[in-house]
Write a protein that binds this ligand. Structure first.
Ligand SMILES: Nc1nc2c(ncn2[C@@H]2O[C@H](COP(=O)(O)OP(=O)(O)OP(=O)(O)O)[C@@H](O)[C@H]2O)c(=O)[nH]1
Ligand SMILES: O=C([O-])CC(=O)C(=O)O
Ligand SMILES: [Mn+2]
Length: 611
């Protein structure tokens, strides 16, 4: 018997690497018990019952939302913590100017201090998981260790996990294949002393979300919130995967994937990168308002894309569930999300709880006369405070989505025809425009700007550069990341790569209202995009790119005056000239690391604006 199996006689695995790591973590964190997750229904029942018993979960009315639960977090633990998120590369330069950095050894010393005994009085859950398909050519394995049953239950919704994943890892291990897996350690950071009662949402004032890119390892401490704690999602599938993608020549992106079918039956696949809480989930599940068009969903948050042998860019969604923004979601804006969560098997965090055992949030139809707010206080529609946190979320299985495209289950993914970049901008940026080519599209992505949202702790509504909607998720130097994008364009046949577009659903009129109705009406923009790809739709060439002529957009049945439409599409050279110094300053951050062609693109934009 090896030392590892002696320490854990019950461990249900022969995988020596996993055993050794679990033993090491258990010795450091001192949990009362170790639970190896199976991912089966009995385990779900055991854990959700336990979460109800400790008050973390309230079971929802099974007649309204079967097998579903409400949770309210500690009010300090409601979103991603960007200022506590680190890329601990060996060399500081590799983290780049957009990431927090600390020397990896120093960080490990510091965090070992925090982790020492941090699971006392708790169960340590071991979650074998795979991001993407288990049948992928190279399955992207991970093992998350966490002391949170809430995280374990949420991981079962969001990722393929459990015994079948462990068995596959063992098989490959036994066959002598060196199959990589990402160790992902998470603790809420609240040990329980003998006799100490637990709280509904354990967490710690001190938080660290840390990535070791060379080692492909993740250490997270102090938060139970999705993006900080479900480590397969942002930490692995974006930050660590973006490093793998750089090294191996592919792309890990903060993008939705959708399938669009025209009335003639022509299929196109579109990927779109919008910053957090800027409309990916809603676009991914859109119900077109134009007759005969159909949207099916492949993913709402993350796309892994590689150039195939045919020269096209193929995308898969590595996730297994949706972790969607609740406020604003309703039967008009996103009926497909509503139908997905109605089927149950979902967790709702930081929304309001109604008296009949349902959930409610701002923007949902039929406000209840009385409810309990996310803070646990009595709430009525007359209350001054919001019933739900602006970043409250539903966590629901992707397989329950009625419009999930069949190709979701294909490990090869789908060939992308168009990439949209977009953000939240009150001014300046028109509804849609097309990049001149891949390099110009990379420039648009690299200079993407958006107002901050409640998805991260900090000020909301502040315009910042959020390159490719990846600012908080690039696991290395963003200058190198831009270069990687440029290289994908250079090394491949441009004619086969997706065309790049830029959209803005959030432009405002003088009264502060949205100029564009958005949601299902965004299908009109998707139609224009595919007609541009097929060389059918008209556009005017402007200094920033190709903008639709008002006539080229399908406006049949659209409730908008021509003047409003012109305002939504307008390109004001003065507003764009004001962007130039901001872009200049943004680019200067990257010094030598910024690809020279992006400076050339900026010069080109300036020259066209001055012409
Ligand atoms: N005005 C307007 N609001 C929109 C539109 N699409 C989405 N929203 C709102 O934007 C908010 C966030 O949208 P989501 O689709 O959940 O954002 P996301 O990009 O998936 O966000 P993350 O999960 O944080 O990455 C919600 O409150 C939506 O109701 C649109 O076309 N117009
Ligand atoms: O990470 C999260 O918790 C949710 C999310 O998709 C984002 O913030 O972009
Ligand atoms: Mn996201």
């Amino acid at each position: 018997m090896t030392a590892q199996t002696k320490a854990q006689p019950q461990a249900p695995t022969t995988h020596q690497g996993i055993l050794a790591w679990v033993t090491e973590v258990a010795e450091l964190t001192q949990p009362d018990r170790i639970h190896w997750c199976t991912g089966d229904d009995a385990e779900w029942k055991e854990l959700t019952d336990a979460l109800v018993a400790t008050g973390t979960f309230t079971r929802l009315n099974p007649e309204i939302k079967p097998n579903s639960f409400h949770a309210a977090s500690d009010p300090i633990d409601v979103a991603r913590v960007e200022d506590r998120t680190y890329i601990c590369s060996v060399d500081e330069k590799d983290a780049g100017p957009t990431n927090n950095w600390m020397d990896p050894d120093e960080m490990k010393d510091l965090m070992r201090g925090l982790y020492a005994g941090c699971m006392k009085g708790r169960t340590m859950y071991v979650i074998p998981f795979v991001m993407g398909h288990l049948e992928a050519e190279k399955p992207m394995f991970g093992v998350e260790i966490t002391d949170s049953a809430y995280v374990t239950v949420s991981m079962r919704v969001m990722a393929r996990m459990g015994t079948h994943v462990l068995r596959r890892m063992e098989e490959l291990d036994a066959a002598g294949q060196d199959v990589a897996w990402v160790p992902a350690l998470h603790s809420v950071g609240m040990p329980l002393e003998e006799g100490q009662a637990d709280v509904a949402w354990p967490c710690n004032d001190t938080k660290y979300i840390v990535h070791f890119p060379e080692e492909r390892a993740i250490w997270s401490f102090g938060s139970g919130y999705g993006g900080n704690a479900l480590l397969g999602k942002k930490c692995y599938a974006l930050r660590i995967a973006s490093v793998m993608a750089r090294d191996e020549g592919w792309l890990a992106e903060h993008m939705l994937i959708l399938k669009l079918t025209s009335p003639e039956g022509v299929v196109k696949y579109i990927a779109a990168a919008f910053p957090s809480a800027c409309g990916k989930t809603n676009l991914a599940m859109l119900e077109p308002t134009i007759p005969g068009w159909k949207v099916e969903t492949l993913g709402d948050d993350i796309a892994w894309m590689r150039v195939g042998e045919d020269g096209r860019l193929w995308a898969v969604n590595p996730e297994y569930g949706f972790f969607g923004v609740a406020p604003g979601t309703n039967y008009h804006t996103n009926p497909n999300a509503m139908r997905t969560i109605e089927k149950g098997n979902s967790v709702f965090t930081n929304v309001a709880l109604t008296e009949d055992g349902d959930v409610w949030w701002e923007g949902l139809e039929n406000p209840p006369a009385r409810a309990t707010s996310w803070k646990g206080e009595p709430w009525t529609p007359e209350s001054d405070e919001l019933s739900s946190h602006a970043n409250s979320r539903y966590c629901t299985p992707i397989k329950q989505c009625d419009i999930l495209a069949d190709e979701y289950d294909d490990p090869r993914g789908v060939p992308i025809d168009a990439i949209l970049f977009g953000g939240r901008r009150k001014t300046t940026v028109p509804l849609v425009f097309e990049a001149r080519d891949w390099t110009h599209g990379t420039f648009l992505g690299a200079t993407l700007s958006s107002e901050t949202t409640a998805a991260a702790i900090g000020a909301v509504g502040v315009v910042r550069r959020d390159p490719m909607a990846m600012l908080p998720f690039i696991g290395y130097n963003a200058g190198d990341y831009f270069d990687h994008w440029i290289t994908v364009g250079k090394d491949n046949d441009a004619a086969k790569l997706p065309k790049i577009f830029y959209v803005n659903w959030f432009r405002r009129d003088e009264d502060g209202g949205f100029l564009w109705p958005g949601f299902g009406e965004n299908s009109r923009v998707l139609k224009w995009v595919v007609e541009r790809i097929d060389g059918q739709a008209a556009a005017v060439e402007t200094p920033i790119g190709h903008v639709p002529t008002p006539e080229s957009l399908d406006t049949e049945g659209l409730d908008m005056t021509e003047e409003e439409l012109r305002a939504a599409l307008a390109v004001d050279p003065e507003e764009w000239r004001a962007e130039l110094p901001q872009i200049q300053e943004w680019f200067e951050k990257f010094g030598e690391q910024l690809p020279a062609v992006l400076w050339t693109e900026l010069d080109g934009l300036r020259a066209r604006l001055d012409a």
